[in-house]
Ligand binder design. Structure first.
Ligand SMILES: *Cc1c(COP(=O)(O)O)cnc(C)c1O
Length: 396
């Protein structure tokens, strides 16, 4: 099988300028972690997202682990998470002993909304995790109002939605905690792994450096004998008298240097992907059996290009099969509803009342949509899709 359009594990090509920044950081960074490049990346991200505090992390999952600790969950507490998301939106919260409660998606937007969250709220709900899946920002004004009204912490998993916004307010900037990923697949990627956590609460911001780095902190007071009693102290970060476990979630200096540089380009990347997505969607407008989520504003960055195929599951499978075996275009299905995974079933979270998520999963197609697709690859994918759809219609 000759693959012509791969579902690539890599989102983009770096520019010469970005590679030059990497080389410069390789030559000059000292130390190679937690130095001036980290500081610069965080400051630039704060400006980019208009957020008070930003902390670089080794990946999005690490940022979610830290977020889960800041939420200080206990057994019996409940965390609402969409069933239709990537696994690391959810399991860091399960590790605290809290119960996961699955929220359904809105079939039109394929993300949760205030109504689907309200349906699974209970007196035990402590945290709501909202995920801007595929790069579309969920209805944060309504969800934020709901969370505020009830005093529930809100975490925004904006791992796929960097730079997307609602009326100028960027993803990750609505909730108490915002999470970003710079994984190989994402629209901004720091050599394959990387992440960012944003918070507005100064109390959180004061704790995160310790949480992120082994509980390291300074000894109190002036120390002219700087070597005494040792280089640095180790303690628990404490929030309202409660001890939180630290870890080591730091991101290296070279990654930080590259991430800061890429912030100059990410909105252009988003815009280019959005234009291509809209062109692809519009070119298939004559095939309403393939339903896209068409958004021609910056609320969607089209990190991924997903469609729902009307009709039977077999028809969807037939489409993907023909695209691959007859045209070399590798479409995939993402995401598996989390309640169907053994990991969540073994924890007792195997049940979900999420008919829209289940239905979408059974009918969805995710097209290859990395930024580095060539025009020829896109053109081939489009004509292949039309060919297969025509054949399906003709019953061939
Ligand atoms: C990529 C992703 C993550 C995890 O990010 P990593 O950097 O790979 O750890 C979490 N949630 C969502 C929705 C993601 O797409």
């Amino acid at each position: 099988m000759h693959i012509k359009v791969n579902f690539s594990g890599r989102a983009l090509h770096y520019t010469e300028e970005e590679m030059a920044v990497v080389l410069e950081a390789l030559r000059t960074a000292d130390p190679l972690t937690q130095g001036r490049y980290q500081q610069a990346f965080q400051e630039k991200f704060q400006t980019f997202n208009s957020v008070k505090h930003a902390f670089a992390m080794m990946n999005g999952t690490a940022a979610l682990e830290v977020a889960a600790r800041l939420c200080r969950l206990k057994a019996g507490d409940e965390v609402i998470v969409p069933s239709h998301t990537f696994t690391s939106s959810a399991y860091p919260f399960a590790k605290t002993g809290a119960a996961l409660v699955w929220a359904d998606i809105n079939p039109a937007t394929r993300v949760v909304d205030a109504e689907s969250i309200a349906r699974v709220l209970s007196p035990e709900t402590r945290v709501i995790v909202v995920v801007h899946l595929y790069g579309y920002v969920a209805d944060m004004p309504a969800i934020t109002a709901l969370a505020k009204e009830r005093g529930i912490l809100l975490v925004e998993d904006a791992c796929q939605a960097i730079g997307a916004d609602i009326d100028g307010v960027k993803a990750g900037n609505f909730a108490d905690i915002g999470i970003f990923s710079f994984h190989s697949h994402k629209n901004l990627t720091t050599l394959g792994e990387g992440g960012m956590m944003t918070v507005r609460d100064d109390r959180y911001a004061a704790l995160i450096p310790m949480l992120r780095h082994n509980g390291h902190c300074a000894f109190p007071g002036e120390r002219p004998d700087y070597w005494k009693p040792a280089m640095g102290n180790v303690d628990f970060p404490e929030l309202e008298g409660e001890r939180l476990w630290p870890g080591n979630y730091c991101l290296g200096e070279v990654e930080c240097a590259l991430g800061a540089k890429q912030l100059d380009r990410v909105l252009t990347i988003n815009a280019e992907k959005r234009l291509r997505a809209l062109a692809f969607i519009d070119a298939l407008a004559g095939y309403p059996e393939l339903v896209f989520h068409r958004v021609d504003t910056t609320r969607h960055n089209y990190h991924l290009l997903a469609a729902r195929m009307d009709g039977s599951v077999e028809r969807r499978d037939d489409f993907i099969r023909r695209m691959f075996y007859e045209h070399g275009v590798k479409c995939v299905v993402q995401y598996y509803p989390l309640n169907r995974y053994p990991l969540y079933q073994k924890l007792g979270f195997g049940r979900a009342d999420c008919p829209n998520a289940d239905d979408f999963f059974d009918h969805m197609i995710s097209f290859p949509f990395q930024h580095n697709l060539t025009d020829e690859e896109l053109e081939h994918m489009l004509s292949a899709a039309k060919r297969v759809l025509d054949q399906q219609r003709a019953g061939k």
